[in-house]
Design a binder for this molecule. Sequence first.
Ligand SMILES: NC(=O)c1ccc[n+]([C@@H]2O[C@H](COP(=O)([O-])OP(=O)(O)OC[C@H]3O[C@@H](n4cnc5c(N)ncnc54)[C@H](OP(=O)(O)O)[C@@H]3O)[C@@H](O)[C@H]2O)c1
Length: 286
Amino acid sequence: MQRATIVGLGKMGTALAEALLRASASVTVWNRTPARAERLVASGAKLGSTLASAIEASDVVIVSLSGYAATLGVLGAADAGAALHGRTLIQLSSGTPKEAREAATWAAQLGASYLDGAILAYPMHIGTDRAQILASGPSALFDAHEALLRQLGSPQFVGDSPGAASALDCAALGGSILNIVGLLYGIAVCEAEQVDPQQLVTMLNARLAGRADLNRALAEAARTGSYGNPQASLETWAAVVDHLADISTDRRLSGAVPSFLHGLFDQARERGLGQADIASLVEVLR
Ligand SMILES: NC(=O)c1ccc[n+]([C@@H]2O[C@H](COP(=O)([O-])OP(=O)(O)OC[C@H]3O[C@@H](n4cnc5c(N)ncnc54)[C@H](OP(=O)(O)O)[C@@H]3O)[C@@H](O)[C@H]2O)c1
């Protein structure tokens, strides 16, 4: 029977432990606040009396804490660090690529094998294919633990650099945040102009299929630096930003979105990119 220890029983750690219990694994848990383990213990998990004993109960230790600082704070204790020697540590707390690289170095110093991971899912999706789990580090280590990670969701190896999973996580979530803000700003514009925002949603949803082609075209232009002969120049797009700024002033909406966009477009103009494709904005962002 697969044995795993989960360190951290917040919303995500609890969901991870529940999924492993459903998959009939032998699960040991530890949390700073032990009361959060009660329901899991009632479902068959073992509660480590100390963190070190929880780590020693399994070959694989999965961490889901608020971040890397909490991870180092918890696992940095001498007895916990010693217990990690010869074991595999899978870090599923969110963080930055730099934190992941530092954690990999720290784990190596303890004599632990280290995989860094990032979860792109809500706790309710853990244990299903909808839970995308990115992993980076030694590929052989991923191969050895892929079956375990598959009990938690849909694992995907994304590179041998330890920071790769968190880089992709941050990049994808950054894009999601910008999309969400874009939609909410569009809703505010519609409301201010007495247009039913549902029309905007329907319109945007109808364009979703074409989004995949657009993403590929933008990435290819960014990769090759070919921004010439666009269907619409950056100046043409900049006029849209001016219109949004005018609507925001006229209807007393927040100017935050147009100001942010003006900042980007102004820098692109200063670089002489006015007649280039909108993909050339990447030159400002790089
Ligand atoms: N929830 C989501 O939808 C989601 C999705 C993807 C990724 N994640 C990532 O998963 C990780 C956990 O998220 P969560 O939603 O489970 O958060 P949460 O419910 O707030 O739980 C946080 C966990 O971290 C522990 N913790 C915080 N500071 C600590 C410290 N200084 N020392 C020891 N333990 C500490 C808490 O222990 P106590 O119980 O003792 O407070 C708890 O176990 C985060 O990195 C988050 O970004 C979450």
